[in-house]
Design a protein around this ligand. Structure first.
Ligand code: DX5
Ligand code: ZN
Length: 232
């Protein structure tokens, strides 16, 4: 199965089976290839890569060399989540590094319409991430221009944080907005996702679950991914 079929095409073909995107932030960076191969063999659908600049969020993660190294071994699409200011300066570089989906933060983009179209023009799927305090309504004039909404269910910057319960309701609102606007955007929930909250998130309309600590902190990550794929 090619990259395309495993991503958006596959999703629509199978009519609404949700996707799992393990977050590499919680992987063992000294054994990155091992962890990438583990995800290749698992039921994971995407690799979620968190890029942090120490300005938009109070943490610094990794950049192009790591993304390129992952791309060399990954057999599934790279879902890159930019937590950086001025993402417009680096769109081409993320494309060159191997990003398939590129999400920018609503709060970091004064010219969001231009940014998401530039991402699409480069041949990537365009995503918009929103912080927990950002209302879903703020997406109403961009929702038909994007492929993905990355809804933060923690304040971005760190893995292993506690899930914010208000997200359940926000996912419902967003699903409604997507239907009303006849948008094809997928809803991705990112932060504190675990085997307990997964089923309600899916019931409320989530299409993609990101999970870092839940996957990599478990005894058997392949099995944990399989459980998330079953719906938690
Ligand atoms: C947080 C990141 C998340 C994070 C998820 O800023 O965007 O993708 O890695 O990790 P967990 O699932 O551990 O909350
Ligand atoms: Zn993320």
């Amino acid at each position: 199965m090619g990259e395309k079929e495993r991503g958006f095409g596959f999703f629509y073909l199978c009519n609404m089976k949700h996707l799992i995107a393990p977050s590499i932030l919680s992987a063992d960076f000294a054994n990155l290839q091992r962890d990438v191969e583990m995800l290749n063999k698992s039921e994971a659908d995407w690799f979620h890569l968190d890029v942090m600049d120490g300005v938009f969020v109070p943490n610094i993660s990794f950049g192009f060399p790591i993304i390129k190294a992952i791309k060399k071994h990954a057999k599934k699409p790279l879902d890159v989540h930019l937590m950086i200011v001025n993402p417009d300066n680096y769109l081409q570089a993320f494309k060159d590094a191997g990003a398939n989906n590129l999400s920018v933060h609503y709060e970091a983009c004064p010219h969001l319409h231009r940014t998401v179209h530039a991402i699409r023009d480069l041949g990537m799927k365009a995503g918009v991430a929103i912080n927990p305090h950002t209302p879903v309504n703020f997406l109403q004039d961009i929702i038909t221009d994007i492929d993905l909404v990355c809804m933060m269910s923690v304040n971005p910057g760190f893995g292993g944080q506690k899930f914010i319960d208000a997200t359940f309701q926000k996912v419902k609102y967003l699903k409604q907005l997507i239907k009303t606007k006849k948008s094809k955007a997928m809803i991705e929930v990112d932060g504190g996702v675990d085997l307990k909250n997964a089923s309600l998130l899916l019931k409320n309309g989530a299409d993609v679950l990101v999970a870092g600590n839940t996957v990599f902190g478990s005894k058997n990550p392949v099995e944990t991914i399989a459980q998330l794929k079953k719906g938690g």
